[in-house]
Ligand binder design. Structure first.
Ligand code: FES
Length: 104
């Protein structure tokens, strides 16, 4: 399994849900805006930037059933695992978060 640590983790409470923001280093580049959400008991890390106008998605409405996040700025509905947000599973180990880059 290949893991990338989530750095500078910050916890946020949004509409009664806990979310986290942070950074990660992927393929030698810093992924500065990472948003971690809990979806049906699983943690998923996505790019915290809307592809429309690059706004933060932290306050977006999560649809856990559809697996989407609605941008709070203009309402684009984005699949968490789609090409825009590039969602990856996140593993919590001893209070630290890691992006799962490869399950093998
Ligand atoms: S910035 Fe997200 S929909 Fe416009």
């Amino acid at each position: 399994m290949t893991l990338a640590p989530v750095l500078h983790l910050q916890e946020h409470l949004v509409d009664g849900e806990t979310r986290w923001t942070g950074r990660a280093v992927l393929e030698g580049r810093i992924w500065r805006d990472l948003l971690v959400l809990e979806v049906a008991g699983q943690l998923i890390g996505v790019r915290n930037r809307c592809p429309h106008r690059d706004m933060s998605l932290l306050m977006g409405r999560l649809d856990s059933v559809e697996g989407t996040l609605e941008c709070p700025s203009h309402g684009w509905v984005l699949p968490l695992l789609g090409s825009e947000l590039k969602g990856l599973p996140v593993k919590a180990i001893n209070g630290d978060f890691f992006l799962v880059l490869d399950e093998n």
